[in-house]
Design a protein. Structure first.
Length: 273
């Protein structure tokens, strides 16, 4: 198996394509796996999306996303739990064992980051039996600290690992996304202790200057500042041998012809090793 055999195109990289278009793009460019997002899957229908992927002979590397647990309103929290249970069932039907969690920012009206983190732990605890019943692992993704207020108070891979360690390994793990964790001085040691807990590995580059919306500051591998090979080597040494997703949020990439994007992804992917 070559590194290209493990390449997965996360659907966010070609955001303007629906599931059939993204699947067809992967098939035409020899990309064997795809990371799906719930919104375009819902537009087509879960059963239909699963059938399209199967017909193309692709693997689904992950489903994004669950999470967003930090609600002040009890009814909203109940709805979030129900939605995450639905996401687990969708992941199982799509044939992936990985549901990515973006856990949520500060509780509205509160500056108590500890409260937000406790709410996330409590919510995951409720989801563990459902995940185990469906054979799906919840992947806690740490996001860069600049997103702590509104998207995810889990900001370091080590913190995600500490949270995951409170639950069975067959139900809860972590997502390692280079964009969010490359800067961390403790990254090498945290990846080493993540053995058996890495649910997904995602790569894209950190580019400058950051756009007005920093969420869109990602680039193709090789376009920015991340030293990928040591991270990829550490992930491999920690025992992760699954698909590796290229997930890029970038207006310029989204505006490019999808075939051009897929060709660049395929060409640049080996630079991550």
């Amino acid at each position: 198996m070559t590194v290209l055999d493990r390449l997965s195109l996360n659907q966010a990289t070609v955001k303007r394509l629906g599931v059939p278009g993204a699947v067809d793009l992967c098939a035409r460019h020899g990309i064997a796996a795809i990371g799906l997002w719930r919104e375009p899957v819902a537009e087509l229908g879960v059963k239909e999306a699963a059938a399209v992927v199967r017909a193309a002979g692709l693997r689904v590397s992950s489903l994004c996303r669950g999470g967003f647990f930090t609600h002040a309103d009890p009814a909203a929290r109940t709805a979030a739990i129900a939605d995450n249970k639905a996401a687990i069932a969708e992941a199982a039907e799509l044939g992936t064992g990985a549901l990515v969690l973006v856990s949520g920012g500060l509780v509205p009206g509160s500056r108590d980051i500890g409260l937000a983190r406790r709410m996330i732990a409590d919510a995951i605890a409720e989801l563990v039996p459902v995940a185990q019943a469906h054979g799906v692992r919840l992947g806690i993704e740490a996001l860069h600290p600049m997103f702590a207020a509104d998207r995810c108070v889990i900001t370091r891979l080590g913190e995600a690992l500490d949270l995951a360690a409170g639950f069975p390994g067959d139900a809860v793990g972590v997502v390692a996304d280079t964009y969010h964790i490359w800067w961390d001085a403790a990254l090498a040691s945290d990846i080493a202790r993540a053995r058996g807990r890495i649910v997904s590995y995602q790569v894209c580059d950190w580019t400058l200057p950051l756009p007005a919306d920093p969420l869109l500051g990602r680039g193709h591998v090789g376009d920015g500042y991340i030293d990928f090979p040591p991270i990829s080597a550490a992930v491999a040494a920690a025992g992760y041998a699954g698909d590796i997703e290229v997930e890029i949020f970038n207006e310029t990439v989204w505006g490019a012809p999808p075939d051009e994007t897929a060709a660049t992804v395929t060409k640049r992917f080996p630079l991550a090793f």
